[in-house]
Design a protein around this ligand. Structure first.
Ligand SMILES: C[S@@+](CC[C@H](N)C(=O)[O-])C[C@H]1O[C@@H](n2cnc3c(N)ncnc32)[C@H](O)[C@@H]1O
Length: 255
């Protein structure tokens, strides 16, 4: 029995070509170097696999001596590997599925979404993070958010948690990419810097206490007021903002 007529079959081959061309165009449009904590002696991968996992994010101005970071912040990778806490879980209050966790790490927010009865997928460039998430039985794709993502335009909830608005070092490009992934009435939940006006892009390197150092990668930090201004440029409006346990968040939707 033929389920697909020859004509339709030929046409579907054309559609596939169109899809492939569209995917290439999307990848070109959004392509950015994407290597949070990777390269060098892989401190991010090391931290995900060890108990001693405090990381130091150095921010280097492009024109500064690479040996002298202009700022340093401390990150606890143990939080990424642990289960979601009450604040993490509150981000999912009232949201709909399917949920796409962008830069999901080992996947605590995917598990939290599943616990809420939501369909959820994670996407992350780190092979180690993806391996850990897959071993936990979570649905995760190893790729950049700027590469092909299935179901683009149909995601009801996008998550950018724990500094992930910094991915690619260009919040405008990331917000634009999020718009292309969201469904018409979808929401984007973003963890923001606690200073509302903070708006900083820089070359980051990740370090650990044992001296492991990553290659440089583009990163950014942004507070809620700065996010609101940038979001407006890609047709998003802020529908909520809140602070809990010293962490700040915003929820955005299409204008
Ligand atoms: C600060 S960690 C946050 C991990 C996770 N969101 C959490 O809260 O547990 C940033 C994550 O973003 C991932 N990442 C960086 N660039 C990415 C990209 N272009 N696409 C997808 N993931 C990316 C990194 O591999 C890393 O796992």
């Amino acid at each position: 029995m033929t389920l697909v007529s020859p004509r339709l079959w030929e046409q579907s081959a054309d559609w596939e070509l169109d899809d492939a061309a569209r995917d290439r165009a999307t990848a070109e449009r959004f392509r950015r170097p994407t290597t949070f904590g990777s390269g060098g002696s892989e401190p991010y991968a090391q931290a995900l696999q060890s108990d001693d996992n405090v990381l130091y994010l150095h921010g280097n101005r492009a024109d500064a001596d690479p040996g002298t970071p202009t700022r340093v912040s401390t990150m606890h990778a143990g939080r990424w590997s642990a289960g979601a806490d009450a604040i993490d879980r509150s981000l999912l209050c009232g949201v709909a599925g399917p949920v796409l966790d962008i830069g999901c790490g080992p996947g605590r927010m995917i598990q939290a979404a599943i616990d809420e009865g939501l369909d959820a997928l994670g996407v992350d460039v780190s092979p180690t993070a993806v391996r850990i998430a897959l071993a936990a039985g979570l649905a995760v794709l190893q790729r950049s958010v700027f590469d092909y993502i299935p179901l683009a335009g149909t995601w009801a909830t996008l998550l950018l948690v724990d500094g992930n608005i910094g991915i690619g070092g260009d919040p405008d490009a990331l917000l634009d990419r999020c718009v292309s992934l969201l469904c018409a009435d979808g929401v984007l939940v973003v963890e923001v810097h606690r200073d509302p006006e903070h708006d900083l892009a820089y070359e980051g390197t990740l370090h650990d206490a044992a001296g492991h150092t990553s290659d440089a990668f583009p990163w950014a930090e942004i507070g809620v007021s700065a996010l609101r201004r940038r979001a407006a440029r890609v047709g998003l409006v802020q529908v909520a903002e809140w602070t809990r346990g010293g962490r700040s968040f915003a929820r955005l939707a299409r204008a």
